[in-house]
Design a protein around this ligand. Structure first.
Ligand SMILES: [Zn+2]
Length: 254
């Protein structure tokens, strides 16, 4: 990024208070990908920033990048969409925060992915419209595709055999599907049906509005959740905080 002032559309991914009155925030922009910045006096100057820099807010943001700092200096922000209805329901809020955390973790600064920005905004809107867990699975597979992490989902990655009705196995360590014949000796395999593999592969290429209309089977939801959870954890080398929270929430309701 060159020295200078910029304007962008962005979704605030996260923020932490810094010092007496400042706030450091990470936001995903359409124009420049993921950016970290400091908003000086954000907690003092109610007029300039009130609510505009909260995580899970879609904003127009102005910021200045100098050559001296890794952080941009946030100058102003105005709200496009506060996603208010997501913030009043703990389950939907945790789903939405998961999308934010996953975006933050799977992307890096300097990598500009307009599709990831559009997909994040579209899926947050789908959650607002009441989309179920399938929206999380489709978001995961799309973001993996956009950020270059998509596993091999078409045919056996070892012998290249294509699948018909045969039971398949997914290996996070190998980065994709293997057939039964090629699966011996590989540990940590997750069984997957050909239907789930085909739908995931298709979902990686479909636009969010088309995905929002699909109503996949309970078997797909179970299998894809297990597979993607395992794969993302393997890629990141850790479990996401929001996933741990979602699991607690689920247990508390059971
Ligand atoms: Zn094979």
């Amino acid at each position: 990024m060159k020295r200078g002032s910029y304007r962008a559309k962005a979704v605030v991914l996260g923020s932490i208070d810094f010092g007496e009155s400042d706030r450091i925030l990470t936001f995903y922009t359409l124009e420049q990908g993921k950016i970290t910045g400091i908003a000086k006096g954000a907690r003092r100057s109610k007029k300039r920033f009130v609510g505009n820099l909260d995580p899970l807010t879609h904003i127009n943001i102005g910021y200045f990048h100098s050559d001296k700092s890794e952080l941009v200096r946030v100058e102003d922000a105005s709200i496009i969409d506060a996603f208010s209805s997501l913030k009043t329901d703990i389950e939907r809020l945790s789903d939405a925060c998961y999308l934010l955390e996953l975006t933050s973790e799977l992307t890096r600064e300097g990598q500009v992915l307009p599709a990831a920005y559009h997909s994040l905004v579209a899926f947050l809107k789908l959650l607002e419209a009441g989309a179920g867990p399938e929206a999380l699975r489709f978001f995961e597979v799309k973001l993996l595709e956009q950020s270059g992490y998509l596993p091999h989902l078409t045919g056996c990655l070892s012998c290249r055999a294509t699948f018909d009705r045969e039971r398949l196995y997914f290996s996070s360590a190998k980065g994709g599907l293997v057939c039964r014949a090629c699966s011996s000796g590989i540990t940590g395999l997750i069984p997957v049906s050909p239907g789930t593999a085909a739908l995931l592969s298709m979902a990686a290429r479909l636009e969010p509005d088309k995905l929002g209309r699909l109503k996949p089977s309970p078997a797909f939801l179970d299998e894809s959740e297990r597979l993607l959870y395992d794969f993302i954890k393997f890629q990141l080398g850790k479990e996401l905080k929001t996933r741990r929270f979602m699991a607690k929430l689920k247990n508390a309701q059971a």
